[in-house]
Each structure stands twice: as structure tokens, then as C-alpha cells.
Design a protein around this ligand. Sequence first.
Ligand code: ZN
Length: 51
Amino acid sequence: MVRDTERLQVGLYGYCEDCGRRIPEERLRFRPEATRCVDCQSRLEDLQRIT
Ligand SMILES: [Zn+2]
């Protein structure tokens, strides 16, 4: 929760840290800790599954 506050302060909350696109509000409601959009997150999870 502290992290969310920090992100709000630097203005990054709600934006994908990979591509910089806005993360849909729906997604943030479902996963408030999300720092990536659906595309980047699933790409990341694909990579993690392989390694
Ligand atoms: Zn993204």
C-alpha cells in the first residue's frame, strides 16, 4: 500500500511501466498492484514460464 502511495506521488500510478500506456481502470480495480498493461504483463508471464 505504501508503494501505491509512492507511485501516486510520482504520477506513475495507472501507467504501464513497460510501454507507458494507461492501464485500464477495470484492471486496476481488479489488480490495484498492477504496474503493467495486460499486453506487457502477459508477455512477461510468458517469458517467466519459459525460463
Ligand atoms: Zn504495457
